[in-house]
Design a protein around this ligand. Structure first.
Ligand code: PLP
Length: 424
């Protein structure tokens, strides 16, 4: 028997620990009873346009008939099977597609169950690669400040240690090398700074890890793709591996299929997740070039000792195949460019608001940055009153809508972002 909404909220508050929230919670969540297209339907009958794509993953919206059918069809065959010693068509097809669509010589795919684990695996690959080459002291990653790479321990260690989401863990996390945040526009002196850091820590650095073009949850900042070209050159010159974390930027979000494509640069290791399954099921992947795999396979321990239980899950792989096919067979570039124009136009009035520091748009990402931390509860309420779901944080009110968002919903979304910025 279905719970009535009040009972559901009471039980939720008693038992369920929500992300980035205290226990017991100080705020009640909204109860979603169903979702289709770009709309979330609440238990109390209200409908909200989802401006968040469920944390940037549901690029095709909800209840997409093609994706629903892919899950149903796969469910009729096999929902899960272990990946050690066994394989199956959905995972093999997905691996082949990922290799085809990702930049450059990325050739091998390690599947896992979330973005954070994809980053764990990427860092493990870098360290183990160096270990296999007889350089055990090379076990730090260079990254830039202002980043975010996930919530497990290695990803936390490359998230900004000052003011980032995980600064509590300073001193506990593996110690990494932090470069300043990349300036928005290309600045050669910044590249010289990176070069100097790589020289200074020459004996310790295994790899460089960055979010290309957009630093997401660390502050929704954009930077010139030219830095990616510079990083590629620096990584080669200093003989360290280059890792791009495309978990947020992958699958078209920035207007290129992968953010690395803005610069035509290929990393040695790449992490993907979120939109890979169209937001249907949890899946991450770490891709690497042959040099990394063969280096690891020549080491004293010639295996990558990692094997999540739900690795390569057939349901997730099947819906990922369907989602990527749907994306690539449609006019995703037009869709994302249309959203970009709508956001540029619709968010422009925010520039005139008191307390607004910056308004920026790239692809299907629209950001209003305030000069103070947002009152999250008030800003969320304002958006909901405008029929929109947003999740502002720190000094940011932003939207990353599904690519199927139509013009009228985009107008509504922009009005809600502005309203949330006004009260926040
Ligand atoms: N890396 C980036 C760039 C992200 O934006 C995120 C999540 O927001 C992650 C890693 C972690 O992914 P997940 O939440 O699937 O563990």
């Amino acid at each position: 028997m279905a719970l009535d909404p009040d009972e559901l909220i009471a039980l939720d508050r008693e038992h369920v620990w929500h992300p980035y929230a205290p226990m017991p919670a100080t705020q009640s969540p909204l109860v979603v009873s169903s979702a289709s297209g770009v709309r979330l339907r609440l238990a109390d009958g209200r409908e909200l346009v989802d401006g968040m794509s469920s944390w940037w993953a549901a690029i095709h919206g909800y209840a997409n008939p093609v994706l629903d059918a892919a899950v149903r069809d796969q469910l009729g065959r096999m929902s899960h099977v272990m990946f050690g010693g066994l394989t199956h068509e959905p995972a093999v097809r997905l691996a082949r597609t990922l290799v085809d669509i990702t930049p450059g010589p990325l050739a091998h795919v390690f599947f896992c169950d979330s973005g954070s684990v994809a980053v764990e695996v990427a860092i493990k690959m870098c360290l183990q690669y160096q270990l296999s080459l007889g350089r055990p002291q090379k076990r730090r990653m260079l990254t830039w400040r202002g980043g975010y790479h996930g919530d497990t321990f290695h990803p936390m260690s490359v998230t900004d240690p000052d003011g980032g989401m995980h600064s509590l863990w300073r001193g506990v996390l593996p110690e990494q090398v932090f470069a300043p945040m990349p300036p928005v526009e290309y600045d050669p002196s910044y590249v010289e700074e990176l070069d100097a850091l790589l020289r200074e820590h020459r004996d310790e650095i295994a790899g460089i890890i960055v979010e290309p073009v957009v630093q997401g949850a660390g502050g929704m900042r954009f930077h010139s793709p030219r830095y990616l070209t510079a990083l590629r050159e620096l990584a080669d010159e200093h003989d360290v591996l280059l890792v791009f974390d495309e978990i947020a930027t992958g699958f078209g979000r920035t207007g290129a299929l992968f953010a690395a494509d803005h610069a035509g640069v290929a990393p040695d290791v790449m992490c993907i997740g979120k939109a890979m399954t169209g937001g249907y099921l949890s899946m991450g992947a770490t891709l690497c070039v042959p040099r990394v795999a063969s280096g690891i396979s020549r080491g004293d321990v010639p295996v990558l000792a990692h094997g999540p239980t739900f690795m390569g899950n057939p349901l997730a792989a099947a819906v990922a195949n369907a989602s990527i096919e749907l994306l690539l067979s449609g006019d995703w570039v037009d869709a994302v460019t249309g959203i970009e124009s709508g956001l540029i136009h619709g968010l422009a009035p925010a520039r005139a608001l008191p307390g607004v520091r910056d308004v920026r748009v790239l692809g299907a990402i629209g950001v209003v940055q305030l000069d103070h931390d947002v009152d999250m509860a008030a800003a969320t309420r304002a958006a909901v009153d405008h029929g929109v779901w947003l999740r502002p944080f720190r000094d940011l009110v932003y939207t990353m809508p599904p690519y199927i968002t139509g013009d009228d919903d985009l107008v509504r979304l922009c009005r809600a972002v502005i309203a949330a910025s006004e009260v926040g």
